[in-house]
Design a protein around this ligand. Structure first.
Ligand code: KG4
Ligand code: ZN
Length: 345
């Protein structure tokens, strides 16, 4: 069965066709990144994001079908991101998907964006044992989920302020390095001495398990000011490398503590930041030492993409065949809410 997935929650417009059932593979992907449009502002401008989705979504859909060698008549199910994300962006994908569903009388499966990030490693790893712990770490989210099964789980910890990727983006913006900051820090890491500067890990005043990242940013900016650093020098590279290493160490320590406490059988790390080379290496080493199976998405499925939407759309369609997928009164949601904390279905 062919499923066409549509993703437009943030600043990537993406359409993908996957084949599920007997064959399980991504057949095509068309994606338009808006990085260069938002770069001059050092962050996403929601109005530009929504307008750009509107301009390209139809073309991307045609491209995805063409690359797969298929027509819309070959598609049996549509899957679309319902939320969370920028609501103006989400609505473009949703309205487009509703139009396609109505015109071709196709079932439309609504997919939660964060749940789709958790699904991303399943594209290349068919069997991942439950219960599992999933760290979704991106520009919009840093959340640890405990999943008893694909559609049943709860939040173990989430950030109380910025997301990890957001902190990297803000730091890069502050120093005029460009946007998005994560890949830039990734590329600069090898130039610096990651052990030179220390950053202390935050503790929640109420003793909770949540994450907090804003203190890392303040500490970095304070250090840079104290030492009168300008971008480009060795001190600067040492500071950035130490900062990245500290962020990864913090994510790793908290994730491993939760994994041990909850006695999970697998660990998933996904979302844009899971593309980071240092993160992938440090998580792989730590999990190997503990004999905890670790599953990371392929790099292109770490950041926002439509293959993960179509993949989870199929899973939901197969697991809940009696839901009404012809109900076109679906509405987007901007914030992770009940769906995130209870069962993100
Ligand atoms: O998953 P994603 O595409 O969008 C959200 O759902 O937020 O994640 C984007 C985030 C950005 O903050 C970006 O800086 C970060 O992922 N990112 C990275 C890397 N590639 C993207 N962070 C660290 N290292 C990377 N290689
Ligand atoms: Zn995302």
């Amino acid at each position: 069965m062919y499923i066409l997935g549509i993703e437009s929650s943030c600043d990537e417009t993406a359409v993908a066709v996957v084949e599920r059932g007997e064959a399980n593979a991504v057949r095509s992907e068309a994606i338009k990144s808006q990085d260069e449009l938002h770069a001059p502002y050092g962050g996403i401008v929601p109005e530009i994001a929504a307008r750009t989705h509107y301009e390209v979504i139809d073309l991307l859909c045609r491209q995805a079908l063409q690359q797969a060698g298929l027509g819309i008549k070959d598609i049996e199910v549509l899957a679309v991101t319902l939320g969370p994300g920028l609501v103006g962006s989400l609505l473009i994908g949703l309205a487009f998907a509703k139009g396609l569903a109505m015109a071709h009388n196709l079932p439309l499966v609504a997919v939660d964006h964060i749940a789709a990030h958790v699904e991303a490693p399943f594209i290349s790893h068919k069997h991942i044992a439950y219960p599992l712990l999933a760290l979704v770490v991106s520009g919009g989210h840093t959340t640890l989920f405990h999943q008893e099964s694909k559609f049943s789980g709860s939040v173990v910890a989430k950030t109380r302020d910025d997301a990890a990727g957001e902190v990297m983006d803000k730091v890069a913006k502050h120093f005029g390095l460009g946007y998005p900051g994560g890949p830039l820090l990734d590329a600069l890491y090898e130039k610096g001495d990651a052990d030179r500067f220390r950053f202390s890990q935050p503790r929640m005043s109420d003793g909770g398990d949540d994450f907090s990242f804003s203190g890392y940013k303040s500490a970095l900016l304070r250090r840079a000011q104290e030492l009168n650093m300008a971008p480009g020098g060795q001190d600067f590279h040492d500071l950035l490398a130490s900062f990245l290493n500290a962020l990864v160490g913090y994510l790793l320590d908290k994730t491993l503590a939760a994994a041990a406490r909850l006695n999970v059988r697998s660990l998933i790390v996904s979302g844009g930041v899971s593309r980071n080379a240092l993160l992938r290496r440090r998580f792989a080493d730590a999990c190997a030492a503990r004999e905890l199976p670790l599953y990371l998405p392929e790099p292109r499925y770490c950041t926002d993409n439509a293959a993960m939407i179509a993949w989870l759309g199929y899973e939901k369609y197969a697991a809940y065949p009696n839901l009404n997928y012809y109900d076109l009164y679906l509405n987007s949601y901007s914030r992770a809410s009940f769906r995130e904390s209870k069962r993100h279905r």
